[in-house]
Design a protein around this ligand. Structure first.
Ligand code: GRG
Length: 296
């Protein structure tokens, strides 16, 4: 299996589904519908939906059935990018190689487009098409976990502590809190969503949880490293912004080589967590390796 081909196939599936599920750009009121689609369809690796689909496949789930819920993860991720780029937060001009949503549509529309994407995610998670495919109890559990992850117990909590830590020297446990909540939580939930909707047993959910925790933290450490060493063209956004904003990052706290070592250790833990699945887990194993070797 070639990982790039696999990722492209899954990305195409997700992109086509997102286009079907979202209100058309021409639908009234056009400004918000265009703004919701602006960054959503400007590229992006679709890592979170791909993780949900791949984890689901690993435990015998049906990709088509899981697809709408996987798309909901991308809507939440995109909302977080739009809001994170706002002047009140990172004040970025470019995202996925395009002008950020507030630069293109104005701040009010960007705030509302982010809100609409977050809300749309929960509509999708509970839509008729999904309700008829999964037992209500499993679905409610998944929706509850996604809500917790998007809220102050997850992404928002990490984002708040990140903002409040700017310009301060923080200790490694607090940095790990920021990273596991701001970024790791949604990655972990993506894997667990796929596992649960795919019908995983308790042992499989446990193993995939350990996998998701490891790649979630590794992903953000690599994001920190790319902000130091990355290339603007490859990333579609500017590197060097963390240092300018005095952000709490792994390279700042531990140095570049120690941060790389930490990310590699986490990927080794992710691989280990997949051992009970044998070669069936090769895709997830390769995705973990991709997380640390990525250039964008
Ligand atoms: C709720 C406003 C708000 C923020 C939560 C996730 C987050 C915190 C902010 C998003 C901004 C950001 C740069 C987070 C750090 C890591 C990250 C999620 C990078 C972008 O994710 P990728 O690399 O991006 O998966 P693509 O474009 O490929 O989807």
């Amino acid at each position: 299996m070639n990982l790039n081909v696999y990722l492209q196939e899954k990305k195409d599936l997700v992109d086509a589904a997102l286009d079907r599920y979202l209100p058309p750009a021409e639908k009234f009121p056009r400004s918000v519908h265009q703004a919701m689609r602006h960054i959503l369809f400007a590229g992006g690796k679709r890592l979170r939906p791909v993780l949900a689909l791949s984890a689901g496949e690993l435990v015998g789930g049906n990709t088509r059935n899981i697809l709408p819920c996987a798309c909901a993860l991308e809507l939440i991720h995109t909302y977080s990018l739009i809001h994170d780029d706002l002047p009140a937060m990172d004040n970025d001009d470019y995202r996925r190689g395009m002008l950020t949503t507030h630069k293109q549509f104005g701040e009010a529309t960007a705030v509302l487009a982010g809100d609409a994407l977050l809300t749309e995610a929960f509509r999708l998670l509970s839509c008729e098409e999904v309700k008829e495919k999964f037992p209500a109890g499993v679905l409610i559990e998944v929706i509850n976990e996604v809500a917790f992850t998007a809220g102050s117990g997850g992404m928002i909590g990490g984002q708040v502590v990140d903002i409040e830590s700017e310009g301060k020297e923080i200790d490694p446990p607090l940095l790990e809190y920021i990273h596991t909540h701001k970024t790791g939580a949604l990655i972990l939930t993506s894997v667990r969503m796929g596992a649960k909707l795919g019908g995983a047993n308790a042992m499989e959910i446990g193993a995939l949880t350990r996998y998701g925790e490891s790649i979630g933290l590794a992903f953000q450490i690599v994001d920190d490293l790319l902000n130091v060493e990355g290339d603007r063209e490859e990333m579609g956004k500017s590197p060097g912004t963390d240092a300018v904003q005095s952000k709490a990052t792994y390279p700042h706290l531990l140095g570049v080589s120690e941060s790389k070592r930490r990310a590699e250790d986490l990927v080794a833990s992710a691989h280990k967590a997949l051992e009970p699945f044998g070669s069936k887990a090769d895709v997830l194993k390769e995705i973990a390796t991709f997380v640390i070797s990525r250039r964008y």
